[in-house]
Design a binder for this molecule. Structure first.
Ligand SMILES: *Cc1c(COP(=O)(O)O)cnc(C)c1O
Length: 421
């Protein structure tokens, strides 16, 4: 459920008509609903009410500090994968004790800064990283709290580019080697072993892979305890999917996901950390765009928008589908015809969807890409010297620009000529 609905034939974000935002900010623009963010975060908290837990928002899904502050103020922790994301979480008022540091390629400098700033735990993905972290922590006179990210070799049955829990993926430590690496970790002076971590992929629409992976996690936890490790926290990762197509079967709900966690690891008495990103932010955002031209082609017509792959890359990168809807609701029974919805960028990949059934639309009309709040704005670029797409947050009947569109002067002023030119 989200808060983007038609009222009097016009698509609103909560109580704000989208044309009002377009008139003030222009298009393309991302628009986030505070009520949806709050609701989705609350569903995960509710799903883990049966135990001691922390819901850490995966910052990479949407890293705007206004989004982070809204969630942080509700008690969310943050899952970060770079010191840049760490700095954003801190700028949003989240203390280090609520920040989990994940990622397969943390640098020494990132580890050092996070240790100094404070961190709940490092999710360590390799032995070299473990040894380096121990050295850095010891040199600072500290110990680093860690979980090892274990790769359970489970097929998440999602898109290959966002599947992370198979043995051929670059992530984590193979589960067969986990006990050996934990033994090594426990012997290192700068390391304190506190838990186990997994993250098997993103946009999972079936609970079975979670159940398999978490079952393996439970077995491993029992073995690690019998080896003498004090495993007291389990980080289950993120990955629960969202419905990108309204017509499709809905993916499982957070409450059902929480039930799988309870059934698999609930008897171990561990604190549970989860790292949902997409499921909190995805349906909390739309990308608002305008039609530039309607162009007739050979056997097909093109709807050319002012939004492009640089603003929303998911269709080009993952062949992802986003529902695209007119902001002014077509009258009941309005005719539809197939249109290829494209952006203006000079690449054929800049196609959002082929032969999409849409009502009549023309230059200046507004459309909204649904479910664009996660992995949208964060992946945007300025390719083709298109200004970085702005972000707007709505709360009830008010809205605020939370990242302005840069002017062309600002974009160009960031660059420098070498002295010899
Ligand atoms: C990407 C990622 C997440 C979030 O995944 P979602 O599918 O957005 O929930 C959580 N944890 C880690 C380690 C990740 O890499």
């Amino acid at each position: 459920m989200d808060h983007f609905n038609y009222h009097d034939g016009v698509l609103h974000a909560e109580e704000v008509p989208l044309p009002e935002i377009a008139a003030e900010v222009g298009t393309p623009a991302y628009i986030y609903s505070s009520a949806t963010l709050r609701r989705h975060f609350g569903l995960f908290v509710q799903a883990l009410e049966w135990t001691d837990h922390l819901v850490c928002f995966a910052v990479k899904a949407n890293s705007n500090i206004a989004v982070l502050k809204l969630l942080g103020d509700m008690g969310a922790g943050m899952d970060v994968v770079s010191i840049g994301e760490y700095a954003r979480a801190r700028a949003a008022g989240v203390e280090g004790e609520r920040i989990v540091f994940s990622g397969v390629g943390k640098t020494r400098e990132e580890m050092r800064l996070a240790l100094i700033g404070g961190v709940r735990q490092f999710n360590v993905e390799s032995e070299p990283e473990l040894v380096a972290l121990s050295e850095i922590a010891a040199s600072l006179g500290r110990t680093a709290p860690i979980a090892l990210r274990v790769n359970p070799d489970v097929d998440a049955k999602t898109h290959e580019k966002i599947s992370t829990g198979k043995s051929e993926n670059k992530f984590g430590i193979p589960i067969a080697r986990a006990r050996e690496v934990y033994a090594r970790a426990a012997a290192l002076p700068g390391i304190e072993v506190i838990g186990v971590d997994m993250h098997i992929g993103s946009q999972l629409t079936d609970l079975e892979p979670f159940r398999q992976a978490y079952g393996k996690m439970a077995d491993l936890t029992r073995k690690l305890r019998s080896d003498g490790h004090d495993i007291r926290r389990l980080d289950m990762g993120g990955g629960l999917g969202i419905p990108y197509e309204r017509s499709n079967n809905a993916p499982p709900l957070p409450i059902e996901y929480g039930q799988v966690i309870r059934e698999t690891v609930g008897d171990l008495g561990c604190e549970i950390v989860i790292e949902p990103g997409r499921n909190i932010a995805g349906n909390a955002g739309v990308l608002l765009a305008s039609v530039v031209w309607l162009k007739q082609g050979e056997g097909r017509d093109f709807l050319i928008l002012d939004a492009a792959m640089n603003d929303l890359i998911r269709p080009a990168m993952y062949s992802a589908h986003h529902d695209i809807v007119p902001v002014v609701e077509p009258p009941p029974g309005a005719s539809v015809s197939p249109l290829d919805v494209v952006g203006p960028i000079c690449e054929t990949g800049d196609t959002f969807e082929k032969a999409m059934q849409l009502p009549p639309l023309g230059p200046g009309d507004l459309v909204a890409f649904r479910s664009a709040g996660a992995y949208g704005a964060v992946m945007a670029s300025e390719y083709n010297t298109r200004p970085l797409v702005p972000e707007i947050m709505v709360d009830g009947d008010r809205f605020a620009v939370i990242r302005p569109r840069p002017s062309l002067e600002e974009m160009i002023a960031r660059e420098r000529l070498p002295e010899w030119l």
